[in-house]
Design a protein around this ligand. Structure first.
Ligand code: PLP
Length: 368
């Protein structure tokens, strides 16, 4: 099977556009006629500094990041940031308190990690299942909180915010690991945006942090150097050896997004792709069932059951078998949710998504 024959719906690490992979392949052994590749390059060399600067410039342009925000490329995954956020920001509150919205697996993990370092307040009644966003009127926000944290797109559960939470003067910290660069975002409304790269902006190994200048420099004294925003910002993310190849690949993906029409184009494609699948689900007379409330259904990770609300195990196995025969991979739902999950990241095309929608229709006709 050729790479191009496979339709990759993996939840992450996930599909990277073939043109990006081809460029990386070409440059693997010989980057810009240096006679060696980025994997073998000093992170202090002029060539590598140029890779970092170019990636930052492109990201700033794509996301219209204001000048008073720094861009950091860190290690430790988005999970590392679950620790870094409280370690760097809890000092903004006199009593080390922070507010969290918990709408799924990832924000729950972030809140649990933060509890090691401070007083964490979940601003709404705990959800029994992660299929909705608690109404804003019910949030009990603490005006003295260091920050309000939430996950903009819950990759496992398929819950996405279609609005930006607000908390007065309290900075908003958003985990956008799975939907960054898939929609326009007004960065100035955020204190910080964090994102692991392995879904929409490259490969595993690098985590992006976009952070407002005044939030830098408040780290707890226990904060490890590699997670210290001040140190990393002062050193241009080069305090220690950075995940150099991952940063390089992110640079290639950013270039690809730029050449593909930028964020608006990704947002348009995302709307079309998710609509293709949701409309099959909505018109299936209950054969396909999405458990997520209409107003917060993710455009990126679409979980659904086959054969009714609880899912019919036999039908779901058959469905997955059928997608496998059609060269589709990565559609099995997360073990904590079950069923099916289609992940429609930027690199997944409308045509590929249409093939999945067609397969769903055909499968329904055969089995309903
Ligand atoms: N946050 C979200 C929204 C994710 O989807 C993931 C990973 O899948 C994480 C955090 C954790 O990222 P990492 O595995 O890079 O630590």
């Amino acid at each position: 099977t050729e790479k191009s024959d496979v339709i990759n719906f993996n939840p992450g690490p996930a599909k990277i556009d073939a043109s990006v992979m081809a460029k990386a392949q070409t440059e693997l052994l010989n980057y810009r006629n240096l006679g060696f590749g980025v994997l073998e390059m000093s992170h202090r060399s002029a060539e590598f500094i140029d890779i970092v600067e170019q990636a930052k410039t492109n990201l700033r342009e794509l996301m219209k990041i204001p000048d008073n925000y720094k861009i950091l490329f860190l290690q430790g995954g988005a999970t590392g940031q679950f620790s870094a956020v409280p370690l760097n920001l809890l000092n903004l509150s006199s009593d080390a308190t922070a507010d969290y919205i918990v709408t799924g697996t990832w924000s729950a993990k972030a809140a649990k990690e933060a509890e090691k370092f401070g007083n964490i307040n979940i601003v709404h009644p705990k959800l029994k299942k992660y299929t909705s966003i608690p109404a804003e009127e019910t949030w009990q926000l603490n005006p003295n909180a260091a920050y309000l944290y939430y996950c903009d797109n819950e990759t496992v559960n398929g819950v996405e915010f279609h609005f930006a939470p607000q908390a007065g003067n309290v900075p908003i910290i958003a985990d956008m690991s799975s939907n960054i660069l898939s929609k326009p975002v007004d960065v100035s409304k955020f204190g910080a945006i964090i994102a692991g790269a392995q879904k929409n902006i490259g490969c595993a190994g690098v985590t992006l942090v976009i952070i407002r200048d005044d939030l830098i420099g408040h780290q707890l004294k226990e904060c490890p150097a590699v997670l210290d925003y001040k140190l990393q910002a002062d050193m241009n993310s080069l305090y220690n050896t950075p995940p150099s190849y991952s940063i390089y690949l992110t640079g290639l993906v950013l270039e690809w997004i730029k050449n593909s029409g930028g964020v608006m184009s990704m947002a348009k494609r995302s709307a079309i792709k998710s609509q293709l699948i949701y409309s099959v689900i909505n018109n299936s007379n209950g054969f396909y069932h999405c458990m997520i409330d209409d107003d917060c259904r993710s455009r990126i990770n679409l979980p659904f059951r086959v054969g009714g609300p609880g899912g019919d195990q036999e039908l779901e196995s058959l469905f997955l078998e059928r997608t496998k025969q059609a060269n589709m991979v990565g559609l099995k739902g997360h073990r904590s949710v079950g069923g099916i999950r289609a992940s429609l990241y930027n690199a997944v095309t409308i045509e590929e998504t249409q093939k999945l929608a067609d397969l769903m229709l055909a499968f329904q006709q055969e089995h309903a």
